[in-house]
Ligand binder design. Structure first.
Ligand SMILES: Nc1nc2c(ncn2[C@@H]2O[C@H](COP(=O)(O)OP(=O)(O)OP(=O)(O)O)[C@@H](O)[C@H]2O)c(=O)[nH]1
Ligand SMILES: [Mg+2]
Length: 449
């Protein structure tokens, strides 16, 4: 394997920049450009102070370097890391010098891919690295950290071991037909073992409903006719003046999307153009976009002006949103309130102007998506669709096998279903996986990780 190198810290001004190198020649390449303050040899896991010197003998930067010796390193290979000063220049120059002296640029995620290939972590842990880096909220970070620590991997391995043992039993049965007299007992045991593992897989699969929210947030569209206060609501939720607010109906022409952290969950908020029939070409395009946002949304915040009677436009729009996951928001309650002639279970009263009722609105969203229960300590939550799909496949295979036994059909018929399920679980852990799938997973990583 080639020795790879990349800048692991983000571009821009900062205290330090780290250039990381992994592979057999790491130390050899580093020595060509590093001049230590104190003489002596490199010791694993010990940092050394010194200077990086270019080919003309100029000092590039004062640095601290660390050396990790294979296999005791992140990748399982020899790693050298140069901690130089941050900013655009020093780390870039160090990278260039290492490349000139024999290192190869690392691809996105290549360090972690090598860690996986060298058996330092299973695939669920490698995937968690990217998830943790990309986490936008604390709760999402917590789920990724649990996976990084190996919780999901252990869980899947346990289920897999359970059915591998079962398969061994079944195959022994095929080989020794003299055990026929205890067949009923055996079938009972097969059914109960399968039931147990199916239940575990089912629980994991169901956790994806929460996991999806943790990872992708909730796509939330603010919908209503013009001038009801949609952009004002967007701004209070964001706590900044993001969208233009005026008393002119039809102010917002385009959809505006922003993330807001709601109790540890990220809401992808979309402010939309007020929906109405209009001759204005630009506004009309905006209205079409609003309808698309309404259609795509996982949550619709349907706004009406609480200081006015509901209009036909409001009622027509309500018919469109009522079958979706929604909250009816009666806005402008700081003005003279009119009775709301809507019979809906989810109504919240607010004033986007004074901020009244915003806490109640946030509580309502929390309640609607059961966000409070998202992070009970011992519960494992899967956040990755690849895992969810494979868990579902394995579960269905086991259900099929179980039904075969329950129908009184010969037990040897289920071996194939069980083998398939084992393969699916191995694929989650990365124990049997094609290069294509691996590449697809790691290409989403950033360079330097
Ligand atoms: N009194 C009062 N006025 C509000 C409240 N919320 C919004 N307004 C006013 O209502 C007007 C319209 O507000 P916007 O937030 O621009 O309404 P919108 O729904 O985004 O309107 P369009 O973008 O045109 O569809 C502005 O003059 C706001 O100041 C509120 O809670 N109370
Ligand atoms: Mg607006």
């Amino acid at each position: 394997m080639k020795t790879i190198v990349a800048i692991s810290t983000p571009a821009g001004n900062g205290g330090i920049g780290i250039v990381r190198m992994s592979g057999d020649s790491s130390l050899e390449i580093l020595k060509k450009i590093f001049k230590p303050v104190k003489s002596g040899d490199f010791e694993p896991n010990v940092m050394r102070l010194g200077e990086i010197i270019d080919s003309e003998g100029n000092v590039v930067d004062q640095v601290l370097v660390s050396y990790f010796k294979a296999p005791k390193s992140y990748t399982g290979e020899d790693i050298c890391e140069v901690n130089c000063h941050g900013g655009y220049i020093a780390s870039k120059k160090v990278l260039e010098l290492l490349l000139e002296n024999g290192a190869t640029p690392a691809a996105g995620g290549e360090f972690t891919k090598r860690a996986f290939l060298n058996g330092k972590m299973d695939l669920t842990q490698a995937e968690a690295v990217a998830d943790l880096i990309n986490s936008k909220t604390e709760k999402e970070g917590k789920a990724s950290a649990a996976q990084l620590e190996g919780k999901l991997g252990r869980n899947i391995r346990e289920i897999k071991d359970g059915i591998v043992d079962l398969l061994a039993d079944i195959e022994a049965d095929i080989d020794y037909p003299e055990y026929e007299d205890i067949e009923d007992v055996k079938n009972e045991r097969i059914i109960s073992t399968l039931d147990e593992q199916i239940e575990k897989l089912d629980k994991l699969e169901k956790s994806f409903e929460s996991g999806k929210i943790l990872k992708n947030g909730i796509l939330t569209a603010i919908i209503g006719k013009p001038n009801v206060g949609k952009s004002s609501l967007m701004n209070v939720l964001l706590k900044e003046d993001r969208a233009i607010v005026t008393e002119i109906a039809g102010t917002t022409r385009d959809t505006i999307e922003e993330y807001v952290n709601l109790k540890g969950i990220s809401l992808r908020l979309v402010d939309t153009a007020g929906i109405r029939d209009t001759e204005d070409i630009v506004e009309n395009i905006g209205v079409e976009k609003s309808k698309k946002a309404l259609n795509d949304a996982e949550l619709v915040l349907f706004l009406v002006d609480g200081s006015k009677e509901l209009s036909d436009e409001d009622k027509k729009l309500y018919e469109e949103i009522k079958t979706k996951n929604h909250i009816v928001i009666k806005n402008k309650i700081d003005l003279d309130e009119k009775e709301l002639s809507l019979n809906d279970g989810n109504i919240v009263k607010i004033s986007a102007k004074t901020g009244e009722g915003i806490t109640e609105l946030e509580d309502k969203i929390e309640e609607l998506f059961n966000l409070k229960n998202l992070e009970s300590e011992n519960e494992l939550i899967i956040t990755n669709i690849r895992h969810k799909d494979l868990i579902n496949k394995a579960k269905n295979g086991l259900i099929k096998a179980n039904n075969t036994v329950k129908d009184g059909l010969p037990v040897d018929m289920i071996s194939i279903n069980i083998q398939e399920a084992i393969k699916d679980l191995c694929e989650i852990l990365g124990e049997s996986i094609s290069d294509d799938v691996l590449n697809r997973i790691f290409e989403k990583f950033c360079v330097g990780k």
